[in-house]
Design a protein around this ligand. Structure first.
Ligand SMILES: Nc1nc2c(c(=O)[nH]1)N[C@H]1C(S)=C(S)[C@@H](COP(=O)(O)O)O[C@H]1N2
Ligand SMILES: [Mo]
Length: 374
């Protein structure tokens, strides 16, 4: 007998997050709570597509399988995984595929994320590639399919809440991990503990929580979240507001470049006579690197280059900082933009509208006031 699936979760451990949905449970982190280099667990966003699976008593006995186009299918417990493969720890951004969606006009379908469907945590586990090589990949192995223990949003365990996959090349990257620890602690249940995938740089939906199975396939996976308009973009740009019916689409892979201002907070007020403020933030760029972050106080007429702290490893975010000199008291809007290693930046206005609202990386805007309200 399966336990009755739970819809809710006590979010009191996640202070300051904004609830975007209760069933399934979705909560994002306001940008000013992403001011830490490593996002604390208490501030890390939560995204579920179904209900929560039953609680787990013995994490070490959690087991998962690798089957399909492999020479020798594996079933491993978490304890075996830990003892048989080299451990890796990387700090990497996990970002929901719909991050930034709320900035599209007209409104796009799905959770109305601002920029807070992202965080950078230290993930500890083993490279999925090491385990796949032990299973032995057949020549026909082309794609992964990921399965979790959670039921769909109606509580049906026969249906996966979400089951997505990646081309084998992405699965074999060293940074694609089977993860059991987050920021040095056992992976919290709400983040997929005892065991989850982290597929960095690509939509968070690939990072299957409560991982039970990886099916190696000879073709693109077709589970929930792989077909229709899910995690797919129209090949040809559409006029805003289209329903996207029947248009040709392509699957989302690397996430677009994004920067956020984490201090000051939007709406912050500085005392009269303040003439210099420190602006801080983070920037990341999917599979690519961030090469530059700039800040403007005057709507883009002039730009100030921020200084960047290098990422700890690939897929980590860059922390940046700039000191802005203010000409006087008054109201100011700060915009930040990052540029990636392919020379791509961020638009002032949400561009490339699409029905499910992916890829919105419009510049983050923070308004501040110096002195009295005018
Ligand atoms: N089993 C399972 N894994 C899942 C999901 C889910 O609904 N079920 N949601 C995915 C999505 S859309 C995202 S953005 C990330 C969010 O991970 P988090 O809740 O740890 O922040 O988990 C992914 N893995
Ligand atoms: Mo997501």
């Amino acid at each position: 007998m399966q336990d009755k699936p739970k819809a809710g979760f006590d979010l009191s451990a996640k202070k300051g997050l904004s609830l975007l949905g209760e069933t399934p449970l979705v909560a994002e982190t306001p940008e000013e709570f992403l001011d830490d280099e490593t996002t604390p667990i208490a501030r890390f966003f939560v995204r579920n597509n179904g209900l929560l699976p039953p609680p787990v008593e013995n994490a070490e006995a959690w087991s998962f399988t690798i089957d399909g186009e492999v020479e020798c299918p594996l079933q491993l417990t978490l304890a075996e995984l830990k003892s048989r493969f080299p451990h890796k720890t990387f700090r990497m951004v996990l970002e929901c595929g719909g991050n930034g969606r709320s900035f599209f006009a007209p409104k796009a379908e799905g959770n109305a994320w601002t920029n807070g469907g992202a965080g950078s945590a230290e993930w500890t586990g083993v490279s999925l590639g090491d385990v796949l090589r032990e299973a032995g990949l057949k020549k026909t192995a082309l794609f992964t399919g990921h399965f979790g223990a959670d039921p769909d949003k109606h509580g049906n365990y026969q249906h996966q809440a979400m089951s997505r996959g990646v081309p084998l090349e992405k699965a074999l990257e060293e940074h694609t991990l089977l993860v059991w620890a987050m920021n040095g602690e056992p992976l919290p249940f709400i983040h997929g503990g005892p065991l989850r995938l982290i597929v960095p740089g690509w939509p968070g939906s690939l990072s299957q929580k409560w991982l039970k199975r990886i099916w190696i396939r000879d073709r693109e996976h077709d589970g929930p979240g792989m077909t229709g308009l899910s995690y797919r973009m129209p090949v040809q740009p559409l006029p805003p507001g289209s329903d996207g019916e029947g248009v040709e689409t392509r699957v989302l892979e690397s996430m677009p470049v994004r920067s956020i201002v984490t201090a000051p907070a939007d709406g912050e007020r500085f005392s009269e006579g303040t003439r210099s403020i420190e602006v801080r933030g983070a920037a990341w760029a999917g599979d690519d690197d961030v090469t530059r972050v700039e800040v403007t106080l005057d709507g883009g007429a002039t730009w100030i280059e921020a200084s960047m702290k290098p990422p700890r490893n690939r897929y980590d975010w860059v922390r940046w900082q700039a000191n802005l000199t203010l000409p006087g008291d008054g109201y100011y809007e700060i915009h930040a933009r990052a540029t990636d290693s392919k020379g791509r930046g961020q638009p002032f206005r949400a561009a490339n509208w699409n029905p499910n609202g992916y890829g919105c990386n419009v510049m983050h805007r923070v308004a501040v006031t110096v002195g009295r309200e005018v």
